[in-house]
Design a protein around this ligand. Structure first.
Ligand SMILES: [Zn+2]
Length: 364
């Protein structure tokens, strides 16, 4: 089957684009069927919708350099290859090549043009042109890890049906899960049938916790504390954009494709640094009609253990002050783990802490 791609000009895809290609091919980016053209690109940047009125907040584009554009010439199709130079992953039927509007894209998607922002930086490193067209996938990118957890949208939907879950809440994460996030997941689970913990496993910033360590944390947490007939883990193959509010909407739409009816939006969802207000990623849902997204956001505040409540809570449910609440900064937690010290039980499950302590030891 890949034979047809042999004579086509080759275009290399970056790690982020490879994630997008995988997402396109499994239907995680439905209704998209290929990398987007200029009319859709402009429409998303101006209105957060596709030209046909469907909500969409982050363009899914394939970058080309000037040299690529010259090399492709007047071809009708190209073969997409990964950086490792193996055989073709997909054939893209060229609809158009257009010039990227970097400033406008940065302002619209990331709400900043600051090059220190990880997403803006990646945008500036990408080629000046975008190659648009439908993709026909020849083979999915190969993964040598966590294959048991790589369910496609069709597979998660089938699994939900098999488990009899009609209402399912999705949880996006790129971090180990401590008590605060366990609490909001379980609060959400109280009102639906099932929980999908859906960790993002595409490219992240270098200083995020590595994927294999995170996966061991999720497994330890599920083993000790989650009901197996009500909760499951599957991998979300997307790469992080760090686009805050725009990415929260995009994440929700993708989870609808995986069969979720509800989606958890916590504080500073998909944020980085202090580019976005704590609850901006929740407020943006108000800019859409409730039915147009097709998935219900569940908003949560910062949560914590309170010694006087003797339980988990948030500013919405706990009337006590900071002196009664167990709260630790990310920096403090990392420091404790590096010293081989478990954070308090009220902050982190010991099994999760042990995975992180061991990982820090292995990685020096
Ligand atoms: Zn309290």
């Amino acid at each position: 089957m890949a034979g047809e791609a042999v004579n086509l000009p080759k275009v290399g895809v970056s790690r982020r684009e490879l994630s997008d290609l995988e997402m396109l091919s499994v239907g995680a980016l439905s209704p998209l069927t290929g990398f987007q053209g200029e009319a859709e690109y402009r429409s998303i940047l101006e209105s957060m919708h596709l030209p046909n009125g469907i909500p969409w907040t982050i363009p899914v584009t394939l970058s080309l350099t000037d040299d690529d554009v010259k090399r492709i010439g007047g071809s009708d199709a190209v073969a997409l290859v990964s950086d490792d130079g193996e055989d073709a992953l997909a054939v893209l039927e060229i609809e158009e090549i257009f010039k990227r509007d970097r400033e406008r894209e940065a302002e619209s998607v990331f709400l900043t043009t600051d090059l220190d922002h990880a997403g803006v930086k990646a945008l500036h490193e990408a080629g000046d042109y975008c190659l648009a067209g439908r993709v026909r996938v020849l083979r999915l990118p190969r993964h040598d890890d966590f294959n048991a957890y790589r369910l496609t949208p069709a597979e998660t939907r089938a699994e939900f049906r098999a488990r009899g879950w009609r209402r399912v809440v999705g949880f996006q994460t790129r971090n180990p899960i401590h008590r605060a996030h366990e609490y909001i997941q379980k609060c959400a689970l109280e009102i639906v049938d099932g929980l999908l913990v859906h960790p993002l496993m595409g490219a992240t910033k270098g200083d995020d916790v590595p994927a294999d360590v995170r996966m061991r944390c999720y497994e330890a947490l599920f083993e000790g504390y989650y009901p197996k007939d009500r909760a499951m883990i599957s991998i979300f193959p997307a790469a992080m954009r760090y686009a805050g509010p725009k990415e929260a909407i995009w994440h929700a739409i993708c989870r609808k494709n995986y069969g979720c009816t509800h989606f958890i939006v916590g504080r500073d969802h998909a944020g980085v640094g202090d580019y976005y207000g704590t609850y901006d990623a929740q407020k943006i849902f108000d800019e859409f009609e409730p039915e147009e997204l097709g998935i219900t956001p569940l908003m949560f505040e910062h949560s914590f253990w309170c010694n006087r409540c003797e339980g988990m809570g948030s500013p919405k449910t706990c009337p006590h002050g900071a002196e009664d609440r167990v709260s630790l900064s990310g920096t403090r937690v990392r420091e404790m783990l590096r010293n081989g010290e478990r954070p308090p039980l009220e902050f982190s499950r010991p099994e999760v802490a042990d995975v992180l302590i061991e990982a820090m030891r292995e990685n020096g």
